[in-house]
Design a protein around this ligand. Structure first.
Ligand SMILES: [Zn+2]
Ligand SMILES: [Zn+2]
Length: 562
């Protein structure tokens, strides 16, 4: 029976380009998961959008002397182009700037207010006497009282990932002019998170299938005790607060952007002409999965579920497979220090699949992992080109040249050949189970070991030798390898969609891989093959030095100094 799978992917701030950490953290695993479920014949709805509100966007706009809307539009278009080129297959990638989103956010706000889960109170708000304005959290900077990081933001520490309030920062100052702020009273709405402490704890206790690091993060917050949090800000950019007297305030992004999962689902339903279609993904047996980096655990495992509990009638997350961080060449990524690999830069120079492969094979699932250009080169040249690509190329060109460009009739299969086909079935089955549990790293490893095993088989059988003397034996081994290729195009499809589609076509199939479903697609003898081309391109060793110098402009300065 087909399942309804909802996939929500963290909303990227439309304040700068995407970098590899974002991709490994949330977008690639979500896409692998979505493609896998679609291939299984399940109904998938994968949504996200650019978060165009919040101070990250206004800060960028001030730096660039443009409007926040211009910043948001620019990066939204860049995101959409990147998804298309990297093959991140959203069913809808929208923005938080739509009237639909405002409407859904207001509905949730007003319902929670009516139910008593939102209340009004005054709080002391930082005010910069020099800039003459209230300072939202991101406009504040100071030393994190948990880990001592000297440039923690007012809402969160980049170093230790703790959500913060300005009172938890030492040496507080205005981010724009460095003046210490004074505190003035300001009226705001608060989400009564404390009221959900027990319900959330009871619910999280049941989530035994969650990743250990995610459970650990969630329990950390619960054990500290949940505090009510302000959900409005003194700002003029964002979703309006639907209450009189709050005309100059806006909803806080972390209250409002998670609502985007619901509003995007409703927008998707409207776009397909069935206003109620979203319900199938939010109610009843539907399972919802949220993909994000570990710095967003609080908002997805506690704050958003509390809002859903208070609102009622909608499914809570089924799983939140948050990833740890990706370091680059052994060091932490840092946008502010300009040390990152930008996705659009990568896509201008290389194919999408080798990046998808490298990041999936080394995904930061249970601990931080590292991306290096050396590793990228090794995985591309040794694994994609020399193992998988070579297998495909050898088998297909041989079949194409020696059997009239068709799939040869195998005759009776010997034990060795049956074993390899059986190995294909086993791999399909175990990758299936692994992907269902979001264990991507192990899944791709098993897919690649089927390619290795098939290479060994091909070397042993050497159909290029038997073709002259025992044409039947040659046909049998070629048929067997081509059938395993039909398994490989399927198990690799969630990870390497572009090369899987090409292989699907080389094998003579029409349509797309998706139509074949999650099984070894039967290869009828006599099926016309298509002229094969290499699946992957070998990369030159020089790219390592070249890319590393691009990555770290500091290297240049160091050279000049020394
Ligand atoms: Zn910290
Ligand atoms: Zn200031």
């Amino acid at each position: 029976m087909s399942e309804h799978i909802f996939i929500g992917v963290a909303w990227p701030y439309a304040n700068g380009p995407l970098q590899l950490g974002h991709i490994a953290g949330a977008y690639l695993p979500a896409d692998i998961f979505a493609r896998y479920h679609r291939l299984k014949g399940n109904d998938v709805l994968m949504v996200s959008g650019s978060d165009q509100h919040g101070t990250p966007v206004t800060i960028r706009a001030e730096q660039e002397c443009v409007t926040p809307q211009e910043v948001a539009d620019k990066y939204h278009h860049q995101f959409v182009e990147c998804w298309q080129r990297l093959g991140i297959s959203f069913d809808l990638f929208t923005t938080t700037g739509t009237p639909n989103h405002t409407e859904v956010a207001h509905d949730i706000f007003l319902t929670l207010l009516r139910e008593g889960y939102i209340y009004k109170d005054t709080m002391l708000q930082a005010y910069c006497p020099k800039c003459q304005r209230f300072l939202p959290d991101r406009y504040l900077e100071g030393t994190c009282s948990y880990c001592g990081f000297p440039r923690a933001r007012g809402d969160e520490c980049d170093e230790c990932g703790k959500p913060l309030s300005p009172s938890e920062l030492k040496d507080l100052r205005c981010r724009v002019c460095s003046t210490p702020p004074r505190f003035e009273s300001s009226e705001h709405f608060f989400l009564r998170l404390s009221a959900f402490q027990d319900r959330l704890a009871a619910w999280i206790k049941e989530q035994t299938h969650w990743r250990r690091n995610v459970l650990g993060g969630a329990w950390g917050f619960l054990n500290d005790g949940l505090r009510d949090r302000a959900i409005t800000r003194d700002l003029d950019w964002g979703v309006a607060v639907p209450q009189p007297g709050f005309e100059r305030k806006r909803l806080y992004v972390w209250f409002e952007n998670v609502i985007g999962y619901l509003s995007a689902s409703k927008e998707w339903a409207k776009l397909r002409g069935d206003d109620t279609a979203w319900r199938g993904f939010w109610q009843g047996d539907a399972k919802s999965f949220y993909f994000l980096g570990k710095d967003n655990i609080f908002f997805h495992c506690l704050s958003w579920p509390a809002m859903l509990m208070g609102y009622g009638g909608l499914n809570l997350p089924y799983d939140v497979p948050a990833n740890e961080f990706l370091t680059i060449e052994g060091r932490k990524l840092s946008k502010s220090r300009g040390r990152a690999i930008w996705l659009h830069d990568y896509l201008e120079r290389y194919e999408p699949d080798p990046l998808r492969y490298t990041l999936a094979a080394n995904m930061p699932e249970t601990g931080d992992s590292d991306f290096s250009w050396h590793e990228f080169l090794r995985r591309n040249n040794n694994e994609l080109v020399a193992t998988y690509g070579n297998l495909v190329h050898r088998a297909l060109t041989f079949a194409y040249r020696n059997f009239d460009g068709t799939v040869p009739a195998p005759g009776e299969l010997d034990e060795r050949s049956q074993d390899l086909l059986h190995e294909g079935e086993i791999t399909l089955d175990s990758v299936d189970k692994l992907l269902y549990r979001c264990e991507f790293k192990e899944a791709i490893k098993q897919a690649m070991s089927l390619a290795q095993e098939s290479n060994r088989y091909l070397d042993e059988q050497a159909p290029w030798k038997t073709i002259k003397t025992e044409r039947k034996t040659s046909a049998k081994s070629v048929y067997t390898v081509l059938s395993v290729l039909a398994a490989l195009k399927t198990v690799f499809y969630p990870f390497l969609p572009f090369s899987s589609e090409r292989l699907h076509s080389f094998l003579g199939f029409d349509g797309s891989v998706k139509e074949g479903g999650w099984k070894i697609q039967f290869l009828p003898p006599g099926q016309k093959l298509r002229q094969p081309q290499p699946l992957f391109v070998k990369l030159d060793e020089d790219i390592v030095a070249e890319e590393s110098s691009r990555l770290d402009p500091l290297n240049e300065n160091q050279k000049i100094e020394s």
